[in-house]
Design a protein around this ligand. Structure first.
Ligand code: NI
Length: 173
């Protein structure tokens, strides 16, 4: 188990399309463990493998904010249906630090995936879980939540991000 570096925008890797996992073995479980550690350390509720530079279809989520940890693992997650009804959430992303925006997505979705042990599962998600899963599955396709914003709003966010990066560099001694 190890805490990895989270890649932040702008970075071409975040636009890469992740590849399916062929077999869930020790190596993949190790990846999931590292992702979970990284996500907890960064106080996030979801993380896709590409965010630590691994282009594989793997997502971890834990919506539980208390000390009780309830991690969920999704290998090769596929959204098989989405509700017509939409819901707005103020979204953030560990790869887009300190910036948030209201994004509208289907309020419910059904997903197929393999769990931590490679077992086939299906799940109907609603509420925050539905939003989170859709956000993470987007990462696997190289899509970020800011892509849903108008060009103007997106440009403002990107500008703020580059400024943050420059400021961070200035702090290095
Ligand atoms: Ni994200």
């Amino acid at each position: 188990m190890a805490i990895k570096k989270i890649i932040t925008e702008p970075n071409k890797l975040l636009r890469k399309i992740s590849l399916p996992v062929e077999n869930v073995g020790k190596k993949e479980q190790q990846l999931m463990d590292d992702m979970l550690d990284t996500m907890y350390a960064a106080n996030g509720i979801g993380l896709a493998a590409i965010q630590i530079g691994v282009p594989k279809n793997v997502v971890v989520i834990d919506l539980n904010k208390d000390n009780k940890k309830l991690p969920m693992f999704f290998v090769n997650p596929k959204i098989t249906s989405k509700s017509k009804s939409l819901k707005k959430y103020e979204e953030g992303c560990l790869s887009i630090p300190n910036l948030f925006a209201e994004i509208e997505r289907p309020s419910e979705c059904e997903i197929q995936y393999l769990d931590y042990f490679g077992k086939e599962k299906t799940l109907t998600a609603n509420g925050l879980l539905a939003t989170c899963i859709q956000h993470e599955v987007d990462h696997l396709k190289g899509i970020l939540f800011i892509d849903y914003l108008s060009k103007l709003k997106k440009d403002i966010i990107l500008k703020k991000l580059s400024k943050q990066k420059i400021d961070q560099k200035r702090l290095v001694i």
